[in-house]
Ligand binder design. Structure first.
Ligand code: NAI
Ligand code: MG
Length: 497
């Protein structure tokens, strides 16, 4: 198997695929076929063709994986010290650094994203594994002052068997931000990657076992949401569910969790605002907006999908944005393009439907606004980077997540109006502001409802900062020490002395 970047890119370009992709589900420490024998195809969105098959699981495969995870939880895994768990994660981080190129090329083929972005994702996962490797033996509880006759302590215990459902937009990084803290806490897992992008999650499971993870601690069952996902979240052997995806599916997962009173955390969508105040550094801010909405072709839960700009600079900002967007090149993730494809024909159709509805409603389209004909882009699923003016707060362009390269523009007259506009949707995931005035920045940070606020750099942070949403964007936090505590149950112990 090749590991060098240039060789892998060459192989993928020439053959359209890579040899040695994971051959099945990963259950109890090895790759296995589906019990039913079912398989599915995964597509290369940049060319619009299937490039590999994978095992398609159902309730029977899920039952097998949950049984393996349950046995591992009460088996040798529970006797390892936190420091020993951390060592496995650290070895996995080092192994992934060595194999980063292979993971990135597979992620590009499977999801469509640009290779440079996939490399960024893999680098983030190297760091995520190292972060939780170091955190594993720092999960300290409290001692609680109860007076001279008592001793009260709290203990963080692993919650048990975790089910994680992963979406297709950030396959490896979303999987890792559940897997790494859950393992650090001492949990075992069954992970279901999206049916569009199963491969890097399966590869990560294999790599963690190479790094020393005992059999059954981390299992991956691939397949559809209907067949594998629903069976997993409804399984009585699951103690905690981590779901990332759409609001509608999140609601179904929440209902399934209610059946067995399973704990859960949901990271759902967003319609996140990026505010540009008149006193911002315009060039920095414009580049910030471009990255916030066009990275991964806008298929980001925390995309900065709404530009809220103060009227004094609106004309200049919009003309700069339009010029930038019109110069952007679209192409396959392995090419030198600046924007990659949309992950699936279904998602391409959703993006297109949002924009066509706006066009019919008379919204002004300032740039883009259309599907690229497949013959012009190697057969792939591409949408032109788009900028559209909103018409009031009730405009569906303001209220609805599009999950594609479409920037909605709202023009406001000052900070208070910007805050009101930022808070005017049912989502509350992230919010950004560009301003040189600290008072405005901090007033915004306190007044906006969002899980995270970015001042003068969108997406700033990394694995050490907790991440998650409020309102319809979900609840619970990934990343940081808060992400580690998600996988713990707190026990209070009081002794009468
Ligand atoms: P989805 O929420 O249906 O899929 C996400 C994951 O959930 C996949 O692994 C899927 O197989 C699984 N799933 C589906 N039904 C399930 C069920 N009943 N029980 C358990 N798991 C289930 O999202 P989809 O259909 O791929 O995309 C629809 C929209 O969702 C997008 O247009 C976008 O707006 C949003 N989305 C948001 C994401 C985020 O990061 N917050 C990620 C992906 C999609
Ligand atoms: Mg794919």
């Amino acid at each position: 198997m090749r590991v060098d970047r240039a060789g892998l890119v060459e192989e993928a370009r020439r053959s359209g695929t890579l040899v040695g992709l994971p051959p099945g589900h990963f259950i109890d420490g090895r790759f296995v076929a589906s019990i039913s024998g079912a398989e599915m195809e995964s597509f290369d969105p940049g060319r619009g063709v299937p490039f590999a098959t994978f095992a398609a699981g159902d309730a029977a495969d899920v039952a097998r994986a949950v049984a393996a995870a349950r046995a591992a939880f009460s088996g040798p895994w529970s006797r390892l010290t936190p420091a020993a768990r951390g060592e496995i994660l650290m070895r996995a981080s080092q192994l992934l650094r060595e194999r980063a190129a292979r993971f990135a090329v597979v992620e590009t083929l499977d999801s469509g994203k640009l290779l440079s972005e996939a490399e960024g994702d893999v680098g983030g996962v190297v760091r995520c594994l190292a972060y939780y490797a170091g955190a594993a033996d720092k999960l300290q509880g409290d001692s609680v002052p109860l007076g001279p006759d008592y001793l009260g302590v709290t203990i963080e215990e692993p919650v048990g068997v975790v089910a994680q459902i992963v979406p297709w937009n950030y396959p490896l990084s979303t999987a890792a931000r559940g897997i790494a803290p859950a393992l650090a806490a001492g949990c075992t897992l069954v992970v279901k990657p999206a049916e569009q992008t199963p491969f890097t999650t399966l590869m990560l499971a294999e790599l963690l076992h190479e790094a020393g993870l005992p059999e059954g601690v981390l299992n991956v069952v691939a397949g559809t949401g209907a067949d594998a996902g629903a069976a997993l979240v409804g399984h009585p052997g699951i103690d905690h569910i981590t779901f990332t995806g759409s609001v509608a599916t999140g609601q179904r997962v929440m209902q399934a969790a209610a059946e067995h009173v399973t704990r859960l955390q949901l990271e759902l969508g967003g319609k996140s605002p990026v505010v540009l105040m008149a006193d911002c550094e315009i060039e920095t801010a414009v580049e910030g907006v471009i990255g916030a909405i066009y990275e991964n072709a806008g298929q980001i839960c925390s995309a900065g999908a709404r530009l809220i700009v103060e009227d004094a600079i609106a004309e200049e900002v919009l003309s700069r944005l339009v010029a930038r967007v019109e110069a952007m090149t679209l192409g396959h993730g392995l090419s030198k393009a600046q924007i990659g494809p949309i992950n699936s024909p279904q998602q391409l159709a959703r993006v297109s439907a949002h924009v066509e509805r706006a066009r019919t409603a008379g919204n002004r389209i300032l740039a883009g606004g259309g599907v690229v004909p497949p013959e012009q882009c190697g057969g792939g699923w591409f949408y032109r980077p788009t900028i559209i003016l909103a018409q009031g707060m009730d405009d569906p362009l303001v209220q609805e997540e599009i999950f594609g390269p479409v920037l909605t523009v709202q023009i406001v007259t000052g900070l208070e109006e910007a805050i009101a506009a930022a808070n005017a949707t049912s989502y509350a995931l992230v919010a950004g502001i560009y301003t040189c005035d600290h008072a405005s920045a901090w007033r915004f940070a306190r007044a906006v409802d969002a899980g995270q606020v970015y001042i003068n750099e969108f997406f700033a942070g990394g694995v050490a900062m907790p991440f998650g949403g409020n309102r319809k964007s979900g609840f619970g936090r990934a990343k940081g020490m808060a992400g580690l505590r998600s996988y713990c149950k707190l026990k209070s112990v009081v002794a009468r002395l």
